[in-house]
Design a protein around this ligand. Structure first.
Ligand code: SF4
Length: 332
């Protein structure tokens, strides 16, 4: 049984207008996403800003209530649990936020911040000194000195603050962490340190990750499997071993083209991505990517391509990716 099993998850936000505050339209943030994560697995969810990946992550940990669909964690349905019913599950299901500056209360010391999850879930040792020792041990796990206990967030660098965010998430020894752009706000050198820390947590504690990022290179480096999201839907899913050879969907290839090469003289994918992501209020007809895809045909404008398996480990939603993985768009 998968640790997390999401089926046909939908999250839309109503837009209300007028004197009677009536619902006039919806923001279609997540449109029928299905995925599963096994214990200890690192699944990467990648896409441009505004594609719905953060909304998906927050819905999975039930910071948002889903509009429809199923979220099964260890076989238990979470989709419509109340905040009180979610409380015992939260210790196993945690989130790390993108902003290491905004996600910590500036008025609380590290000790106060990190004692909260222990107390909330009844894991705090008796006595203040015992709890201080417990939190000092946790700081050691995330690579911060015990002397950090009585400091405030402003006394730390961005990378150190993100380590505090990670410490808060792992305090309860969770089975799954949703890491929502955990390194986007950090310098490249610090990014590597945080990714190594998350890797160690997977190895030492068998924590699974839903790792959300706009950066295909980071996802490729960190994750076992990649899912590509566009306008609220998954358009491709495949193992991350051989990214350049395996990516088939025109959107994934376009994201690859936007990744700067390590060596400036290396030939990269042509830059195929034009324009902005369309509004999630008025989704395009047919294939949602057709407004930006240079291969789009009449069929693309009319018919939604289903997410089809092209191998045991890969699925693609494009009319012209064949069962053998070849891409054969109609000639123009
Ligand atoms: Fe492009 Fe058509 Fe494939 Fe969509 S279905 S990605 S528009 S070729």
């Amino acid at each position: 049984m998968a640790l997390l099993e999401i089926t046909e998850l939908v999250k839309k936000f109503p837009i209300r207008k007028g004197f009677f505050n009536r619902v006039k339209a919806h923001v279609h943030a997540v449109n029928g996403v299905s995925l599963s994560i096994n214990a200890g697995e690192k699944l990467g969810l990648v896409g441009e800003s505004g594609c719905g990946k953060s909304t998906l992550g927050k819905t999975v940990v039930r910071l948002w209530e889903p509009s429809s669909g199923s979220i099964k964690f260890e076989g238990n349905e979470l989709a419509h649990l109340s905040a009180r019913e979610m409380k015992p599950i939260r210790s196993d299901l945690q989130i790390v936020f993108q902003d290491p500056y905004g996600s910590l209360n500036p008025k609380l010391t590290v000790f106060s911040t990190l004692s909260e999850p222990f107390k909330l879930h009844g894991l705090a040792k008796n006595g203040r000194q015992a709890l201080r020792d417990q939190i000092a041990e946790l700081l050691e796990v995330v690579g911060l000195p015990g002397g950090a206990l009585d400091k405030y967030p402003h006394e730390f660098s961005g990378g150190q603050r993100q380590r505090i965010g990670v410490a808060r998430a792992v305090a309860t020894n969770p089975k799954l962490i949703v890491a929502d752009e955990p390194v986007s706000a950090l310098d490249v050198s610090v990014q590597a340190q945080i990714l190594n820390l998350l890797d160690d947590l997977r190895d030492d504690r068998n924590v699974a990750f839903l790792f959300i990022s706009h950066d295909l290179k980071v996802v490729h480096h960190f994750c076992d499997r990649i899912m590509v999201m566009y306008l609220g839907s998954i358009v491709e899913s495949f193992p991350s071993d051989n990214l350049h050879a395996d990516a088939k969907h025109p959107y994934t290839r376009a994201l690859l083209g936007a990744v700067p090469p390590d060596d400036p003289f290396t030939k990269t994918e042509p830059d195929l991505l034009e324009g902005d992501v369309p509004s999630p209020i008025n989704l395009p007809s047919g294939c949602a990517f057709h407004t930006r895809c240079s291969f789009a045909s009449d069929q693309c404008r009319k018919e939604v391509p289903p997410l089809r398996a092209i191998s045991d480990v890969q699925q693609v939603a494009c009319h012209f990716v064949e069962a053998d993985g070849s891409f054969n768009p109609p000639s123009k």
